[in-house]
Design a protein around this ligand. Structure first.
Ligand SMILES: *[C@@H]1O[C@H](CO)[C@@H](O)[C@H](O)[C@H]1NC(C)=O
Ligand SMILES: *[C@@H]1O[C@H](CO)[C@@H](O)[C@H](O)[C@H]1NC(C)=O
Ligand SMILES: *[C@@H]1O[C@H](CO)[C@@H](O)[C@H](O)[C@H]1NC(C)=O
Ligand SMILES: *[C@@H]1O[C@H](CO)[C@@H](O)[C@H](O)[C@H]1NC(C)=O
Ligand SMILES: *[C@@H]1O[C@H](CO)[C@@H](O)[C@H](O)[C@H]1NC(C)=O
Length: 417
């Protein structure tokens, strides 16, 4: 009895050692997001014991590429063989840690039966990807089917239903075309790019296929490519699941909409691309004796044009522009009245006021006593800077001709007498 017990514990210890030795060392895991990952493993006769062990090594190698955990990648395993043998071996919500998961995979028994892949797919749909069994709503779902034989039941309907749940299906087919048709594998996966063929069970232990599948899973989801808003930019052109794109607008443009968007599990962006309309500069007042166009608010980088009425000249910048900080590049110009040159007073007269005169003012002329004005009494400074009547003269009053006195000549002289 003692001997028997000792033997049992020795066997147990040996098994534990074997299990531990079959756990591969941890790998650098760089998948940018956690996933819900289920394996559907053919447990039919054709695998044979050694091939089934290699299949478990394959599953271990794939999961070992992920960061595992309750809140990281979760793994489930289902085996299938006979019509009544679809068995959940590991649910998504158990065996979260790497060592317990890899141990549990290693311990999965071999069934040796027939190949009812359609029933296996139904089981996955009915059980594995249920919330109650650990499927999460905010992660991507992947199914990896591992089989080496043509199915004895229909696979196209069950595979379609699985994919209709939003589950991305990969297939690893072991054997030659005569063992399992490429068309069958493609029907299960729904896309030839997700079909991997290994010619022999021995290749299941090759690490390159798990690595490729991991990469495909980690690259799987791509949201549509985004186009930068007009007058704006995107922080990244990446489109993979969980990518956060931040939107910015160029200086002078205001972001209108969400500032970022995340690529979600349903491969849509959480927000649309915003627009970047230009900033507005406030409407400008027309200067006195002038006008402005346009009269309303103006958007960056446009400008306004100032003009002066006839008789005024513009002093300042006639076409200021609206700047990105909503200020104007230049102040409102002024409209300066045109100046007419000073008029000189006529001889024997005066002009008032003296000096240069601005449009539209006038001056008046007067003549000294004894002189009379020829021409208009005033002159107006005109819009073109000229005087309306520039020439004025004061001429001496003419005395009426006098009759010469008898015996003497008449002398007249100018000026007042
Ligand atoms: C996973 O997340 C849940 C909810 O945030 C938290 O309660 C739980 O402790 C986390 N588990 C681990 C192992 O971090
Ligand atoms: C895996 O999870 C099941 C259910 O929680 C548990 O019974 C089993 O012991 C776990 N396996 C290991 C290796 O931890
Ligand atoms: C899956 O569920 C359907 C009904 O929802 C049932 O008819 C079918 O037998 C189930 N199949 C398996 C393999 O669990
Ligand atoms: C995954 O994406 C990376 C980077 O874009 C690329 O180098 C790699 O080939 C992709 N792998 C697969 C399997 O598509
Ligand atoms: C995205 O924008 C929202 C709302 O402004 C903000 O709360 C959140 O922190 C942003 N996310 C990232 C990753 O920048």
């Amino acid at each position: 009895m003692k001997v028997a017990l000792g033997l049992v514990s020795a066997i147990l210890a040996a098994n534990l050692y074997l299990a531990a030795s079959q756990i591969p060392p941890p790998l650098a895991t760089t998948c940018p997001y956690p996933v819900d990952l289920v394996f559907l493993v053919d447990s039919s006769e054709s695998f044979r014991t050694s091939g089934f062990e290699e299949a478990k090594t394959f599953v271990q190698n794939v999961v070992n590429y992920f960061t595992l955990g309750e809140n990281d990648t979760r793994v489930g395993v289902v085996t299938y063989s006979n019509i009544d043998a679809q068995i959940t071996r590991i649910r998504l919500n158990e065996n979260y840690t790497r060592v317990e998961l890899l141990t549990e995979i290693r311990d999965i028994p071999y069934d040796r039966g027939h190949t009812f892949t359609g029933l296996g797919l139904d089981h996955v749909r009915n059980n594995s990807f249920l919330t109650v069994n650990g499927r999460r709503s905010n992660t991507l779902d992947f199914l990896i089917v591992l089989t080496d034989d043509e199915s004895e039941d229909d696979i196209s309907g069950p595979a379609q239903l699985v994919r209709d749940m939003g589950i991305t299906v990969f297939v690893v087919g072991v054997g030659e075309e005569s063992d399992i048709h490429q068309a069958t594998l493609e029907t299960i996966a729904g896309d030839p790019r997700r079909v991997f063929r290994l010619e022999d069970h021995d290749f299941l232990v090759d690490d390159s296929h798990p690595r490729t599948i991991r990469e495909a899973i980690c690259n799987a989801t791509q949201c549509p490519t985004l186009t930068a808003p007009t007058n704006g930019a995107l922080s990244t052109t990446a489109t993979s699941y969980l990518t956060v794109v931040t939107f910015t607008c160029n200086p002078g443009y205001v972001l209108t909409g969400a500032v970022n968007a995340t690529c979600q599990a349903d491969i849509t962006w959480s927000n649309p691309v915003p627009t970047c309309p230009p900033v507005q500069c406030a409407a400008r007042a027309a200067p006195a004796n002038g006008a402005v166009t346009p009269t309303g608010a103006v958007s960056y980088p446009n400008g306004v044009t100032f003009t002066c009425n006839s008789g005024y000249t513009l002093s300042g910048q006639a076409t200021p522009t609206c700047q990105s900080d909503t200020t104007w590049s230049h102040p409102v110009p002024t409209c300066q009245a045109v100046q007419c040159p000073a008029l000189t007073a006529p001889a024997n007269g005066a002009v008032s006021p003296t000096g240069a005169v601005s449009y539209p003012n006038s001056v008046t002329f007067t003549c000294n006593s004894g002189y009379t004005l020829t021409g208009a009494t005033g002159s107006t400074c005109q819009a073109d800077g000229t005087w309306s009547s520039p020439v004025h003269t004061c001429t001496a009053v003419q005395c009426p001709a006098r009759a010469a006195p008898a015996n003497g000549p008449v002398h007249c002289s100018d000026g007042p007498s």
